[in-house]
Design a protein around this ligand. Sequence first.
Ligand code: PRX
Length: 649
Amino acid sequence: MSDQPHVYPVPDDFAAKAWADKATYQAMYQRSLDDPEGFWAEQAECLDWFKAPSKIKHTVFDTHDVDIRWFEDGRLNVSSNCLDRHLETRGDQTAIIWEGDDPKDSKTLTYRQLHERTCQLANALKDMGVKRGDTVTLYMPMIPEAAMAMLACARIGAVHSVVFGGFSPDALAQRVKDAGSRVVITADESVRGGKQVPLKDNVDAALTREGSDVCEKVLVVQRTGGEIDWHEGRDLWFHEQVDPQSTDCPAEEMGAEDPLFILYTSGSTGAPKGLKHTTGGYLLHAALTHRYVFDYHDGDIYWCTADVGWVTGHSYIVYGPLANGATTLMFEGVPSYPTNGRMGEIVDKHQVNILYTAPTAVRALMAHGDDVMDSSSRDSLRLLGSVGEPINPEAWEWFHRVIGKERCPIVDTWWQTETGGIMIAPLPGATDLKPGSATLPFFGVQPALVDNEGNILEGATEGNLVMLDAWPGQARSIWNNHERFLQTYFSTYKGMYFTGDGCRRDEDGYYWITGRVDDVLNVSGHRMGTAEIESSLVAHESVAEAAVVGFPHDIKGQGIYIYVTLADDVEPSDELKKELTKWVRKDIGPIASPDVIQWAPGLPKTRSGKIMRRILRKIAANECDGLGDTSTLADPSVVDDLIEHRANR
Ligand code: PRX
């Protein structure tokens, strides 16, 4: 990376019309630090409260006592904020544009229609015995019913847990069990890139696993009409349960700190953790960031290409946009189907103004050359956004030049499942852009860089990214395991939230995320723990030991590199590599497919038996000259063998 990146100043016309120009951003940011109570009390007025909060912020970041409460005596309902309050002024405005996998399939739902269907579904859930505080697992395609299901849960005070539709039955079972969901909502099949994915079959398989018998009812949307097994007494058709219901369902009055959803994500160790997000602070953070970072104005057509199974889909397909009365586009398919020009064609078809996507999608298009976008004009676009992983400056420039035709600012948004909403990002009317930098903190966000001992570093420097104080959208806990929440995020550096990311800050105070500093991988923007993949591998009878690391990958950002030590008497073979690949895909899901498998007769370990991943990462990256000190290894000769047989040259 050059020390002097190209700077893209804020376009004048953008600044003139934006919610915030430079001076406004600076004033609002400063106020959010100097007077958080006053600032957030005022901002909270943009939501509809049954009872407005009088207590604004009660947050304690202490290793032994993390307690995060925002607006704690306020009462509201997320679904009525996203639907009911818009009916009078924009009942007939499109809330959701749905674009199917097949370019011939699309439809729209107005706010009134979305409200009616959500109420009907909420009534159906009540009939199925779902009560306030119950958890409901959603394992769904990218169809409007997914948004309705989230909103219907919120409406009756149930807590949803969306599980990405690409996860395996085992992964789903683990999450149903941990959340204790008595109801699962799914579809017969999902359709992506012209292929059917057997969601209902996966649910059937998941529910045979130990502990997932907590689930009593499965509500099934008929998406394709494909053949499925039917469990009488357990399975219910969505249309049969929902269509006859009343379109009136009063929204439950929820406390601001009542849970809204659980979302599972990977850490460096152990099983995925269910982050708990609550009602008032989360919704405010999602809505406010959506308005300011995407500079959303009435009439804009906004498209976030994420899946609702990830936090980006929660905050920026459903909750943020709908709270702002926006028109949000939901796409069922993949950007490469039926052709690589699809993304641009969807932009033209629906006249999209704001496009929020992931660096991996940009790099995949870029690999096809500039003419990949020739089938569309994209003249409607005025703003682009990036999320999920660091965007390399080359991909940023291509995104800007080819997709945005040099007219659209790019907001590179850094945040996490844990943060609930965007934390570091430009405001397009206020912040000059530097390709590859997420730039500056959002209102109320107090980032700092610390060294490995937790000392705060000043000025232009590099270190571990932490947050010094709470923000409204922050996860409050890990479902069923508050102790793990404290351990994971608050024990590394005293009194600070640790993000797990490394970061550089330049002379202008701009933040440049350098990637995870823990054992978490980011593959095509999907977050995965190396430990999860390792424990899947060692469950295979041929595997004695496995170590998983990431390596730089041109399109995916990071690829998955696996070192496998085979059990005694097992011979390495290409067939076995294929079998292990299949094994991991089946166990976790296709997103965890290994890119490279190397047979490792031995792994580099310290004398105390700890695997030295630093060395494995270097070999995987084909950087064998700078291995550093290997003298502490129990058997330094294993390294020579690994270098000799490395698979990524
Ligand atoms: O490493 C950072 C990376 O993604 C991680 C969070 O992953 P997840 O919880 O799945 O949420 C992804 C969507 C918000 C972070 O710890 N990350 C996310 N956005 C960026 C990023 N890294 C660099 N730049 C970003 N804009």
